[in-house]
Design a protein around this ligand. Structure first.
Ligand SMILES: *Cc1c(COP(=O)(O)O)cnc(C)c1O
Length: 395
């Protein structure tokens, strides 16, 4: 075998001396967990997405847990969501002892099909948890409309969507404004900006924000920052069950640098996605992801649907053999062992055929800010060659 021309990872965070300097500053300050850096990161994030409130937490999974609890999801309640998502989406529902109700995705994308939601609403439905999958905004206008009509809160799993935008009431807004009731973000290295691990909740509801702040720190009535600065002795109390879901100041310092980079990162990702669209658009057998006129994706991932005669594993291996890393389509939560017990969830009567097809028949291609035009061309050409080769083999 020839040596690979390129070694192209599927994703790669952009971190450099600026982040190192930020962490150094925090280490030497002596205050290393949830403190002034977290507060500053929250202010800057709120300003960026134009949210009233932003609360930083340890990751997006804990953010989802707090969001669901804040809107009152509890034991035996149902939450309408998708199976075609990272497992954390549904796990957070189960942390509330509630039941995820899985509906299918749209025919022409990887997001929840809003037209399937209505049929699954029951008296036990306490929330809709929609996902902006791969960074592409889901159809919030329809989903929020359904939620408002039925008095059901809508939570956005915006783990992948930091920097994505949606046309809302005639103007472009950042995801997280929030357009629904609460939006939850992830800063895992696989996302567009990272703090190692980290998460953020945004909301327009001050009561929700107060709950997040209480619960993320053991339900403690007085945060460390207040006690530390006080000239008076303060005894804290613990009125409610809380958790340790804090973000550290080390993470927040990195997050502030990453947030400043975000507009440039998104612009570059959108440029690369456009190159993919142009290149792959000339390969008639592949289906490239469509961006609705009301959405601007941050292209956290670029996922293409393969023709039926192109086997997913074979495609991924052939690309890996020449140095191109890919990932299979988004998992289906209901097909995992953790969901083998049928009482753990409910599958919509409309079934999940598109979710299954997307898991088995789509491939996520490399896309990261440092990726070059040559690397995009190399991936495009490799896919074209493979399509021609495998089609000839099946003919
Ligand atoms: C990554 C991801 C999560 C989990 O985020 P963490 O910060 O790793 O907890 C949740 N939902 C979706 C859709 C994700 O992609």
């Amino acid at each position: 075998m020839k040596p690979a021309l390129f070694q192209i990872p599927v994703a790669k965070p952009l971190l450099n001396e600026l982040e190192v300097e930020a962490v150094r500053r925090v280490v030497l300050s002596g205050w290393v967990t949830q403190g002034p850096e977290v507060a500053a990161f929250e202010r800057e994030f709120a300003e960026f997405v134009q949210a009233d409130h932003a609360c930083a937490v340890s990751n997006c999974t804990t953010a989802l847990h707090l969001a669901l609890r804040a809107v009152g999801v509890g034991e035996g309640d149902e939450v309408i969501t998708v199976s075609h998502s990272f497992i954390a989406t549904a796990n957070a529902i189960r942390y509330c002892a509630a039941i995820p109700v899985f509906v299918d995705i749209e025919a022409d994308g990887f997001n929840i099909d809003p037209d399937l939601i209505l049929a699954e609403i029951t008296p036990r439905t306490k929330a809709i948890l929609c996902v902006h999958q791969l960074g592409m905004p889901c159809n919030l206008e329809k989903i929020v409309g359904i939620g408002r009509n039925h008095g059901i809160p809508v939570i956005e799993d915006a783990a992948c969507a930091t920097g994505s935008e949606i046309l809302w009431n005639g103007a472009w807004q950042k995801i997280g404004a929030p357009q629904a009731d609460i939006a939850c973000f992830s800063f895992h290295p696989r996302k567009v900006v990272t703090t190692g691990d980290g998460g953020m909740l945004t909301t327009a509801n001050a009561e929700y924000d107060q709950k997040f702040r209480l619960w993320r720190q053991h339900g403690m009535s007085v945060p460390d920052t207040v006690r530390h600065g006080s000239k008076q002795v303060i005894y804290e109390v613990y009125p409610e069950l809380g958790y340790n879901y804090r973000m550290t100041d080390l993470q927040a310092a990195i997050g502030r640098v990453q947030l400043a980079r975000l507009p440039a990162l998104v612009a570059q990702r959108r440029h690369l996605a456009e190159l993919y669209r142009e290149g792959l658009g000339n390969i008639p057998w592949l289906e490239t992801p469509a961006e609705p006129s009301w959405a601007r994706s941050n292209w956290q991932s670029y996922c293409v649907k393969l023709p039926p005669w192109l086997d997913q594993r074979d495609t991924m291996q052939a690309l890996l053999d020449i140095g191109i890393s890919t990932r299979r389509g988004i998992m289906n939560i209901h097909r995992e062992g953790a969901y083998a017990d049928k009482s753990s969830h409910r599958v919509a009567a409309s079934h999940l055929a598109r979710s299954v097809a997307a898991q088995e028949g789509a491939v996520i291609l490399p896309l990261f800010a440092q990726m070059t035009q040559n690397e995009v061309s190399f991936v495009v050409e490799a896919l074209r060659d493979l399509c021609i080769d495998r089609q000839a083999a099946t003919a």
